[in-house]
Design a protein. Structure first.
Length: 437
């Protein structure tokens, strides 16, 4: 069965941008990006509930679905708010399509989500064969070639379609494609099983617990927010790290959440409203430093220099760490090359806004040297007042070596990449401290 070994379908120009110095590690990285992280993680909101109570609720859901063979739920030593769901036993993992079933085709981003346990939402369905009935089981494929037209009624033949699993149809063709006036929403196909072995449960996020990638959880732990502090989250939407910051502070202190996308800030507002410590603003963080530093610290941006105890810069990035990537949506090298520029501008503002002795965490869900270690090397050159501190708790590996980053420095960084001990998305975390004056 065909399965990609690179998300770039052999676009060597783009591949060459990813690891320019550590190019020997590239082919392993590309293949790893195409594979699915098999452990599911939820972050429990311990301001609202107890982890054991939530574990029991998850256990009930899994037992109802898988009976005696329900996958294990377990915690992690340094992250008491985390619950992990193990993958299914090997015998329960689907390998081949059932030749008696009809087919549906989904786009590659929908395909990636279903490999991580999601169901299929209506916009992701490209093709459904005629006469497919409600409740009928179908083989689900992703279209890597990008040539399947939305609404196709016949079987889509392509050497670049990838079998992903079997699902039960909840919406028929006319519901998916006949309504030209408004976008169709909701679950179109409920997955029964997939080829990755991640339980197909859909997103069980609720006010008590959030489905979140492990490195994102580790990132906020590395920031180590403390009750009563003033903390800036410079690129906050959809607010998943912001709420974690507030939870670790016991909702006691001030978390300023900025994002330059009005729609994304609107989208996270309801979630943030239940935390009294969080204030969100639509704002361009490349302009977050006030021209004059005379005034007392205002409630809204721009802010005077030295205003924050800790800053999280979870920067806009290429997103190349997301897994699985069946097909990368970035097609041009210049798009990849554009990210370090905005990352440097945001980091420059962060250094000014941080008080002496304060902590700055820089993170990306990317794996390119330029967006990760390259930014750290640049920051250490440009801002002598910054020094690296160990990015703990440590679940990922060290940073990659670069000519202008000493080995002792890269060992303080945390990079989530191909690794035998932990199977998660690609991610990068650097922790800096600003010298006390
Ligand atoms: C990686 S996402 C942040 C994810 C978020 N920290 C979380 O964990 O939920 C990057 C965000 O940066 C925002 N962004 C991009 N440029 C920005 C800018 N100049 N100022 C503020 N936010 C920006 C984007 O709108 C996007 O929401």
């Amino acid at each position: 069965m065909f399965y990609p070994k690179t998300p770039f379908l052999g676009n060597s120009l783009l591949e060459g941008e990813i690891l320019k110095v550590n190019s020997a590690a590239l082919s392993q990285l590309l293949e790893w990006l195409c594979q699915t992280p098999r452990v599911t993680t939820y972050r429990v909101n311990r301001l609202r509930t107890n982890v054991d109570t939530h574990k029991k609720q998850l256990k009930d859901v899994l037992s109802k679905r898988y009976g005696q063979r329900a996958p294990r739920i377990y915690g992690l030593a340094d992250l008491p708010e985390v619950l992990c769901i193990a993958p299914l036993e090997a015998e329960l993992v689907l390998r081949e399509p059932d030749p008696t079933l009809k087919e549906i085709i989904v786009d590659t981003s929908c395909g990636a989500a279903l490999l991580r346990g999601a169901h299929i939402y209506a916009p992701g369905v490209l093709a459904m064969e005629s006469n497919t009935q409600l409740q009928e089981c179908v083989n689900v494929y992703a279209d890597l070639a990008g040539k399947c037209k939305r609404g196709t009624t016949t079987r889509y033949e392509s050497s670049e379609k990838v079998f992903l699993g079997v699902g039960k149809v909840l919406m028929q063709r006319y519901q998916l494609y006949n309504n030209k006036d408004e976008a169709v929403t909701g679950i179109a196909v409920e997955m029964q099983s997939n080829v990755s072995g991640v339980p197909s449960l859909g997103d069980l996020s609720c006010a008590d617990a959030l489905l979140q990638n492990l490195p994102s959880i580790v990132c906020v732990r590395v920031l180590d927010p403390q009750p009563g502090e003033r903390i800036l989250d410079m690129c906050a939407a959809p607010g998943n790290k912001t709420t974690h910051i507030a939870e670790l502070m016991g909702d006691n202190g001030c978390v300023v959440a900025l994002d330059n996308s009005a729609s994304r800030v609107r989208g996270m507002q309801t979630k943030l409203n239940s935390y009294r410590s969080i204030q969100a603003h639509v704002y361009d963080s490349t302009k977050a430093v006030a021209a004059s530093s005379d005034a007392a610290c205002p409630a809204a941006p721009p802010f005077p220099c030295d205003s924050f105890d800790r800053i999280l810069l979870d920067a806009p990035c290429s997103g190349l760490g997301n897994r699985p990537q069946l097909l990368c949506s970035i097609k041009q090298a210049k798009v990849l090359q554009s990210y370090p520029n905005i990352q440097r501008r945001l980091l420059g503002q962060a250094v000014q806004l941080l008080r002496p002795g304060g902590i700055l965490v820089y993170s990306t869900c990317s794996v390119t040297e330029a967006e990760c270690e390259g930014i750290v090397a640049w920051a250490l050159r440009k801002y002598p007042e910054l020094r690296l501190v160990d990015a703990t708790p440590r679940y990922g590996g060290s940073g990659l070596p670069l000519p202008d980053l000493e080995a002792t420095q890269s060992s303080l960084l945390q990079r989530f990449g191909p690794c035998k001990d932990i199977d998660t998305v690609g991610f990068f975390i650097a922790k800096f401290q600003k010298d006390s004056k």
